[in-house]
Design a protein around this ligand. Structure first.
Ligand SMILES: Cc1cc2nc3c(=O)[nH]c(=O)nc-3n(C[C@H](O)[C@H](O)[C@H](O)COP(=O)(O)OP(=O)(O)OC[C@H]3O[C@@H](n4cnc5c(N)ncnc54)[C@H](O)[C@@H]3O)c2cc1C
Ligand SMILES: *[C@@H]1O[C@H](CO)[C@@H](O)[C@H](O)[C@H]1NC(C)=O
Ligand SMILES: *[C@@H]1O[C@H](CO)[C@@H](O)[C@H](O)[C@H]1NC(C)=O
Ligand SMILES: *[C@@H]1O[C@H](CO)[C@@H](O)[C@H](O)[C@H]1NC(C)=O
Ligand SMILES: *[C@@H]1O[C@H](CO)[C@@H](O)[C@H](O)[C@H]1NC(C)=O
Ligand SMILES: *[C@@H]1O[C@H](CO)[C@@H](O)[C@H](O)[C@H]1NC(C)=O
Length: 491
């Protein structure tokens, strides 16, 4: 009798469930907005952590552009391909390394290690290293040793203190690669950073952290400033954590994916059984109770049980119903300008082009029109491809004074990364206490390809435990009955 009653109730519930879900597809759908490294990592880890989930998860991904990769993109100058956005990876960026291996892509060691460096203050080079221009490894070694000596003469022991500050931070970050079994699932960025021992670094400026670490004012004003300006377009008043990450991006062993870092996103998406909607921008996300309705500028409407925002929301007009509230955040814009031609030595008060360092960094001075200039490729003595970063767009008049020859110019205006402010305030990973998630909340800690992957991995574990937990934990044999199991026990 009891059995019959239970069975009857079960059928009744399952019927109501079926009818109330008549409009939505039978398998749960995860919608991902954005196809950069964050969105593509989310798709990858959804498959990785629930390879045979029952019912199978459907993944839809939306990308407003007609290519995937987001801020990983290449630019073509005179038939050659260069990174236009995110370019360098750290040797300990383990997700990116694994993706590169998994996808059979090629590692390319970064040239920036061996570029000669000059620090330009608007009037003169306050510091210059020697140029390594030989193809003889022994000579290269001697020159790089001489450069270490030059750096040591100018900045002294502070250099080692800077190194140990960076190393300590990188080591703490490695905790996020611990086995999932021994690593908590984080519901907030704050909690995630506290667990890693990194939260305090977001409450103070890099400047304050480095002074406490015993660095000399000269090192902070020159070399450190050059690096934060190149990597985040900002001064040493960014947070200590963003600062440590940008300093880590100036060490040795840096690499990139041959042919373009965007291929990581393309490969992960290709391998993760994703319905990819290119050139389709999501303009509204409405919470309709059991599911979300995503409407696109193409006039299409999609329903999904879980929605993941994998793009910064700061400059977007996505309408959330009901509205969500996140802390205000400004994006730092970085203008990347690519020039094929030749630098003008007179602009730098020099006689010969060969006297201009291959990487020109700058100190913090509002009158300086650009942040850095680097040689990407020397075609011959009178022809090279350069990349410049600046906070504002560079006028033709300015470029004509910096370059003596300019055959081709390409300008890209990136909403590049957050404008960092200590103490940082973080948006939540879970935007609505239900199943609307935000990977880019983590960008206020630091914005890199790897941190996006790390944040995406945590968010996938959060989704699987909060939404699919019921299914995977109870592993019911009834494909549509898994939700009922819970109510069943209550009867
Ligand atoms: C100039 C520059 C240099 C950098 N250098 C480095 C570096 O050397 N190393 C490093 O690790 N990082 C670097 N970064 C940072 C790095 O690019 C980012 O941290 C990382 O790529 C962010 O990835 P993401 O997937 O989170 O976001 P994104 O790559 O921005 O992806 C978001 C995607 O969402 C799409 N989208 C937005 N709104 C919608 C919508 N409504 N509907 C559909 N699609 C939408 C966008 O078109 C985009 O493709 C650099 C960034 C810039 C700009
Ligand atoms: C990278 O791949 C190796 C080998 O498959 C694995 O042991 C390691 O855990 C992976 N690292 C990360 C960060 O996923
Ligand atoms: C962070 O700061 C708090 C308060 O100043 C302190 O108690 C804590 O030990 C610090 N944590 C780390 C990891 O340094
Ligand atoms: C997708 O992956 C398959 C193998 O899994 C490969 O043959 C194909 O070339 C890939 N496509 C793209 C666009 O990367
Ligand atoms: C989304 O599209 C559906 C179907 O066209 C429509 O009923 C709904 O009002 C739209 N939602 C918003 C927020 O525009
Ligand atoms: C699912 O089926 C298998 C064998 O068919 C059985 O051993 C298992 O107990 C079932 N699981 C549930 C949750 O009913």
């Amino acid at each position: 009798m009891a059995i019959i009653l239970t069975l009857f109730t079960f059928l009744a519930i399952s019927q109501t469930l079926y009818s109330s879900h008549a409009a939505s597809p039978p398998a749960p759908t995860v919608c991902i907005i954005g196809s950069g490294i964050g969105g593509s990592s989310a798709a990858h880890f959804l498959r990785h952590y629930s390879p045979n989930s029952a019912p199978p998860i459907k993944i839809r991904m939306f990308e407003r552009n007609d290519v995937v990769g987001g801020r990983m993109a290449t630019v073509n100058v005179a038939g050659e391909t260069f990174e236009a956005g995110a370019s360098i990876l750290h040797p300990k960026n383990y997700h990116a390394r694994n993706y590169t291996k998994l996808l059979d892509l090629e590692f390319r060691t970064s040239l920036s290690d061996s570029l000669s460096l000059g620090i330009w203050d608007g009037k003169k080079f306050v510091f210059k290293t020697l140029e390594i221009d030989s193809n003889i490894p022994f000579v290269d070694k001697v020159v790089s040793l001489a450069n270490s000596v030059l750096l040591f003469f100018r900045y002294g022991l502070s250099l080692f203190r800077m190194g140990s500050f960076v190393e300590k931070t990188v080591d703490r970050f490695l905790k996020y690669y611990d086995e999932p079994a021994s690593r908590p699932i984080f519901e907030t960025v704050d909690e995630m950073l506290k667990w890693g021992g990194l939260y305090n670094l977001t409450t103070r400026t890099l400047q304050d952290e480095l002074v406490d670490a015993g660095l000399s004012p000269l090192l902070i004003k020159e070399l450190v400033t050059v690096i934060t300006r190149i990597n985040y377009g900002q001064s040493v008043y960014i947070s200590g954590l963003a600062g440590a990450v940008s300093l880590a991006g100036s060490g040795g062993g840096l690499w990139s994916v041959k042919g373009g870092n965007w291929q990581m996103a393309a490969g992960l998406i290709n391998q993760s059984d994703v319905s990819l909607h290119l050139h389709e921008e999501i303009e509204s996300v409405a919470n309709l109770g059991d599911y979300y309705e995503l409407n696109s500028t193409k006039g299409n409407s999609y329903t999904c049980e879980v929605a993941v925002v994998a793009t910064p929301l700061d400059e977007l007009n996505i309408q959330f119903i009901p509205p969500i509230s996140i802390p205000k955040r400004k994006l730092q814009h970085t203008h990347a300008t690519f020039v094929r031609g030749l630098l003008n030595p007179a602009y730098f008060g020099l006689n010969a082009v060969t006297d201009i360092p291959e990487l020109v960094g700058t100190v913090e001075d509002p009158d300086l029109p650009f942040t850095c200039i680097s040689v990407l490729k020397k075609h011959d003595e009178k022809d090279a491809t350069y990349k410049m970063f600046s906070r504002q767009s560079l006028s033709d008049a300015l470029l004509d004074s910096v370059f003596s020859v300019r055959k081709e110019t390409i300008r890209i205006n990136w909403g590049a990364y957050p404008h960092y402010d200590a103490p940082e305030v973080f948006a939540p990973f879970i935007l609505d206490n239900r199943h609307l998630y935000y990977i880019n909340a983590f960008e206020n800690a630091a914005s890199t390809m790897e941190t996006s992957a790390v944040a995406a991995e945590n968010i996938v574990r959060l989704i699987l435990s909060r939404y699919f937990g019921k299914i995977t934990l109870h592993s019911s044999n009834l494909s549509a009955g898994s939700h009922i199991e819970g109510s069943h026990i209550d009867l």
